[in-house]
Design a binder for this molecule. Structure first.
Ligand SMILES: *Cc1c(COP(=O)(O)O)cnc(C)c1O
Length: 389
């Protein structure tokens, strides 16, 4: 059976050019970049070239790039680091109800430690309002963390506007841009952000490696101690092959971003239109301010999990809620924050498109989905009951 991968929001396949540049660093070039002999100097040089490439890709300076183990670690270093470093200045943090758990739970943990936390609501499209951010700011606010684009419903937030508000008031602004790079224009100066998180495996790089952009002058306390790597912000021997691959991945996705995003959006629109032809379905997320690859629909009277399993039998990989929360029976915190009732939230289906998806694959999904929904509904007492009334 041909496999159709529509879960690029969870992870992506390593680009062949990325794999190629990594291989020598899993073989021949194994020196520790902190060693001063020739083995170490070789990998050190490659590491610094990777830093330059990453910086160029997001409009930063090389010394503002900190290599980490991924999006989760970048978010935690940023949020906990700022909260601790600026605690003399204030104790108020602002975030939103639809952040990734790496941000939301880091903020909630700080609240337990005594920080004041404002968790902003979102509208029915999952959108955070810059006006709400502005209204929440107090003279004790030290950090605003709002994601660039939501991983579940694809809503693209007004982060440049929020960044400007923060900048005018001298408040540190962090954005989780894990889902955005390679799909949306991304320049740290246009965003006026002080900190920005990225994760390689979401943009055709390897797993377990990421980036924290730290603007020159931003204050961060550290929680891990050891070596002097990454300007002590992330001590520990660097994941050299991962970093080399990630830098190549940044180069590739930034280079052909516009063309790729346009192609993916047109497939996305076709998929959304086709799915909404199924009776009693609803689009989740913003109709326009939306990530090019994100499709999220709720199918009434059907469990998301059952759809995922039925699609899997047809070779189609999708998800329901986020990859991190599926497996638990709690409905997605994002959909609940958007005001969906539990039934619609449980009936959500996320399909996230990537570089290699084709129109034939979308046609195939649209061919099998009506049958799957009809079969699952025929087994649902809620559905058959509703149709008798
Ligand atoms: C995947 C994801 C993360 C976590 O990144 P990891 O590298 O898997 O730890 C954080 N934020 C968002 C928005 C994500 O989609």
């Amino acid at each position: 059976m041909k496999k159709t991968y529509l879960d690029h929001g969870a992870t992506t396949q390593v680009n062949p050019d990325v794999l190629e540049v990594m291989l020598p660093f899993l073989g021949e070039f194994y020196g520790n970049p902190s060693s001063i002999h020739s083995f170490g100097r070789e990998t050190k040089k490659a590491l610094e070239e990777a830093r330059e490439k990453v910086a160029a890709g997001i409009g930063a300076e090389p010394r503002e790039i900190v290599f980490t183990s991924g999006g989760t670690e970048s978010d935690n270093i940023a949020i906990r680091g700022v909260a601790r470093a600026l605690q003399k200045k204030g104790n108020h943090l602002i975030t939103s109800a639809v952040e990734h758990h790496a941000v939301l739970d880091a903020c909630l943990a700080l609240k337990k430690e005594g920080y004041e936390l404002t968790v902003l609501p979102v509208d029915e499209y999952g959108m955070v309002s810059a006006k709400d951010v502005e209204a929440a700011i107090t003279d004790k606010t030290i950090l605003i963390s709002i994601m660039m684009a939501n991983n579940e419903v694809g809503t693209v937030m007004p982060v440049a506007e929020i960044g400007k508000l923060a900048r005018e008031r001298g408040i540190t602004f962090h954005t989780d841009a894990v889902q955005a790079i390679g799909l949306l224009p991304l320049d740290v100066n246009d965003l006026s952000c002080d900190l920005l998180s990225l994760s390689a495996h979401k943009f055709y790089g390897p797993k377990g490696v990421g980036i924290l952009y730290v603007r020159k002058g931003a204050k961060l306390d550290v929680f891990n101690f050891g070596g002097a790597q990454e300007r002590r912000m992330r001590p520990g021997t660097e994941n050299v092959p991962g970093i080399i691959g990630m830098a190549k991945a940044v180069e590739v996705v930034v280079a052909d971003r516009e063309k790729r995003a346009a192609r993916i959006s047109s497939l996305r629109d076709k998929l959304i239109q086709g799915l909404l032809k199924i009776e009693d379905t609803k689009l989740n997320g913003h109709p326009e301010q939306r990530l090019p690859g994100n499709v999220n629909v709720s199918v009434k009277y059907v469990e998301g999990e059952s759809m995922i399993l039925s699609l899997d039998l047809k070779g189609i990989a999708a998800s329901s809620g986020s990859a991190c929360t599926s497996g638990s029976l709690d409905p997605s915190h994002v959909l609940i924050a958007m005001g969906l009732d539990h039934q619609l939230a449980h009936g959500s289906l996320r399909m996230t498109l990537g570089t290699d998806n084709t129109e034939e694959e979308i046609d195939y999904v649209l061919e099998v989905m009506p049958e799957i929904v009809a079969r699952l509904r025929s087994m649902s007492s809620v559905y058959t009951g509703s149709k008798k009334e």
